[in-house]
Design a protein around this ligand. Structure first.
Ligand SMILES: NC(=O)c1ccc[n+]([C@@H]2O[C@H](COP(=O)([O-])OP(=O)(O)OC[C@H]3O[C@@H](n4cnc5c(N)ncnc54)[C@H](OP(=O)(O)O)[C@@H]3O)[C@@H](O)[C@H]2O)c1
Length: 298
């Protein structure tokens, strides 16, 4: 670069900037390439139909990463209309604002758009037919559909489906497992679902991969850490690595009372991302890194 030349920095806005993935994205974007706009709930409220248009007009981002969502899966089952408002209609409004001003859009979606009923133990591909089995999954799929319909084929729209996120500031599956273990009596087993399979995914790894995808063609991509585990296997690894001598009692999903049923087989095939040079490390390596930080902070 010659003296006096001003480096071009794209303006990138992150919705849900206070959430797990939002925080990790802001960390991953903290390089010279980007001017990062933090759109936390106080500025960008999913319940406000004018918020997206107002913010996009005010801040003029080149790209918006839409990480905000109503992620309370059982809450979505209690109030499916509100889930649609927050996870679908708001995504359509944001897509319309981006389309209007020529901004790119990254929509974060979920493995819960699939029914999880496949039995061949292959991961879902991006072009497999979605069929959500709960209101959260239905609302996230409707968000994808609204974004595609609004942005059109020639626009910059990345849809990133992921699964089983954990990461700072916690309140995630690993921290809940450790808290549940702390509440149990000595050697009492912790009951964990064993027939729900997915890929635990560290938000820091996912955020770095999403930033990498911004240089790849706009498309739908599946991004999770590598490999797969049951909830029970995930819990066992958390407990062992955190030094808890706690047995896990494996139970079927039907014995775990909750309002909403997640897909049993929630594994995503990441080959499309691999083909553009993006591959996340195996889930257990990523989890070990997270737990080192977590247990030293406890
Ligand atoms: N968590 C998972 O296992 C998982 C799996 C697959 C896909 N995803 C998707 O990944 C994305 C990020 O999830 P995450 O794990 O980072 O979730 P998270 O920690 O719950 O963060 C969600 C963010 O959305 C914001 N939000 C919630 N309701 C809002 C509202 N009414 N108005 C404005 N903002 C609102 C939250 O704001 P506050 O910070 O103010 O609460 C938070 O910043 C979401 O699109 C989610 O659907 C998550």
């Amino acid at each position: 670069m010659s003296i006096g030349e001003v480096p071009f920095r794209e303006r990138i806005a992150v919705t849900g900037a206070g959430g797990r993935l939002g925080r990790a994205l802001i960390e991953a974007l903290a390089t010279d390439d980007w001017d990062v706009l933090h759109w936390a709930r106080v500025d960008y409220d999913l319940d406000d139909p004018t918020a997206a248009e107002r913010l996009v007009a005010r801040d003029r981002p080149d790209i918006v990463i839409h990480a905000a969502a109503w992620t309370d899966v059982d809450g979505c089952a209690r109030d499916p209309d509100l889930a649609m408002r927050r996870n679908a209609v708001a995504t359509g409004e944001l897509a319309a604002a981006c389309a209007e001003r020529g901004a790119g859009l990254v929509v974060i979606s979920t493995n819960e758009v699939f029914d999880g009923a496949r039995t061949d133990r292959r991961g879902y591909r991006e072009d497999d037919s979605p069929r959500p089995i709960n209101p959260y999954g239905a609302s996230k799929l409707a968000g994808e559909v609204a974004a595609r319909a609004t942005m059109g084929a020639d626009r910059r729209l990345w849809i990133v489906r992921t699964a089983w996120l954990y990461g700072p500031p916690g309140n995630d599956f690993p921290t809940k497992i450790l808290a549940a273990s702390d509440r149990l009596a000595f050697h009492e087993p912790l009951r964990v679902v064993a027939d729900e399979i997915g890929s635990p995914t560290f938000t820091r790894d996912l955020a770095a991969a999403i930033v990498g995808l911004l240089r790849a063609p706009a498309n739908t991509y599946h991004l999770t850490n590598g490999g797969a585990a049951s909830r029970a296997e995930w819990a066992e690894r958390v407990l062992v690595r955190a030094g808890h001598n706690r047995p896990v009692s494996r139970i079927p999903q039907r014995e775990y009372e909750r309002l909403s049923r997640p897909p049993l087989w929630g594994v995503l095939d990441g080959r499309r991302a691999n083909s553009v040079g993006i591959r996340l490390r195996p889930w257990d390596n990523a989890l070990d890194d997270y737990l080192v930080g977590l247990t030293s902070a406890r």
